[in-house]
Design a protein around this ligand. Structure first.
Ligand code: COA
Length: 324
């Protein structure tokens, strides 16, 4: 019988470098209060955001992804030719054809790379990281550039106070490569299709969310999934140095941290709070928060980080990683 050769597998994978990108324009809560019925105190108290970045016409899903991706490759000490696959996670990419990944690969100089887009909304980066890691482990890629890039201002009604105060624009990226010691744990992922209608685009142009039901779901269902990701990696809550949940709402982030501490996570566990200055940037939020915390000296190489993304679908995905 004909016997096919299989790609050579590798023992483990890890994140080799991180990068992020944000538009120049800072938008404060007071700026928003000039165009809608809201105020700085309400936004800080209910969502935890002080300011965010909005892109201009030149800032696109592709341009921000190129910037973040290039920085991640440089941070990994690699050159573009060392990367052979690009994954762009986005729910705001403006064209299905051509896909963003092919454009990003070409602009970064990752010539001839495999490339595809994926959409798992705010869980997109963790889905991409799982896919990229498994591709390296299975031998179908050597190094994968995983990018979450979003221009949410394209799909937000600029005067709708229930969404315009929350969402913002950015990209975050990670290079995944082979490693003798595993540095990316198995993914815990899934969907809650019974809540499919809780984040939608009913008029085809603007995002709508049932804030309270999503809030309830995120504060009750996400911590157990994070615990599942820890169990899959063979770790205990007390092993976690850094918790990086999707930056949807600071109160959700704090609720997840509280639940994990009830299960043994340490009081000194660092908890990402990038939402305060970046807003909710969907699939960009987790890699960007990690990159910002690394730059600020809040996380260090070798730290155990627990990532957990969640959003429209409702979709979720989480895994443990060792910080580069
Ligand atoms: N400024 C001032 N007041 C506002 C406001 C704003 N931007 N938005 C709503 N309000 C008002 C409401 O009209 C309401 O007034 P009322 O009591 O007189 O009717 C009151 O504030 C409370 O509104 P509510 O919608 O219950 O607020 P909330 O505490 O649930 O906060 C969200 C709203 C959207 C911030 C919150 O529900 C949330 O973060 N949900 C999860 C979103 C999420 O994670 N999405 C995932 C996407 S990735």
């Amino acid at each position: 019988m004909t016997k096919l050769r299989q790609a050579r597998t590798v023992a483990g994978t890890r994140i080799l470098g991180l990068g992020s990108s944000q538009p120049e324009r800072v938008v404060t809560n007071d700026d928003l209060a000039k165009i809608m019925d809201t105020d700085d105190q309400w936004i800080r108290d209910r969502v935890g955001i002080a300011e965010r970045r909005f892109g201009g016409p030149a800032d696109t899903v592709v341009s921000m992804a190129v910037d973040a991706g290039s920085k991640a490759i440089a941070a990994a000490g690699l050159s573009p030719s060392d990367v052979d696959t690009v994954i762009v996670a986005s729910c705001t990419s403006t064209t299905p054809i051509p896909n963003a990944a092919a454009q990003v690969a070409d602009l970064i100089g990752v010539k001839g790379a495999g490339g595809f887009d994926l959409n798992a909304a705010c869980a997109g980066f963790c889905y991409g990281l799982a896919a990229g890691s498994d591709m390296v482990r299975a031998g179908s890629s050597r190094r994968v550039l995983v990018i979450g890039s979003e221009k949410l201002t394209d799909i937000v009604d600029p005067v709708d106070r229930s969404t315009a105060i929350i969402f913002a624009d950015a990209a975050g990226a990670a290079v995944v490569g082979p490693s003798d010691e595993p540095g990316i744990g198995p993914v815990a992922w899934g969907t809650a299709g019974d809540l499919v209608d809780s984040i939608t685009m009913p008029n085809g142009r603007h995002i709508y969310q049932e804030g309270q039901s999503v809030f309830r779901w995120a504060t009750t269902k996400i911590a157990p999934i994070a615990l599942q990701a820890l169990e899959l990696a063979g770790l205990e809550p007390s092993d976690v140095d850094v918790l990086v949940p999707h930056q949807a709402n600071l109160r959700i982030v704090e609720a997840i941290a509280k639940r994990l501490r009830k299960h043994g996570a340490r009081e000194d566990m660092v908890v990402a709070d990038d939402i305060v200055t970046s807003g909710n940037t969907s699939s960009a939020s987790i890699p960007m928060a990690m990159d910002h915390m690394r730059a600020a000296g809040r996380v260090h190489s070798g730290d155990v980080a627990l990532l957990i993304g969640f959003g429209a679908g409702l979709s979720y995905a989480g895994q443990v990683v060792i910080c580069p």
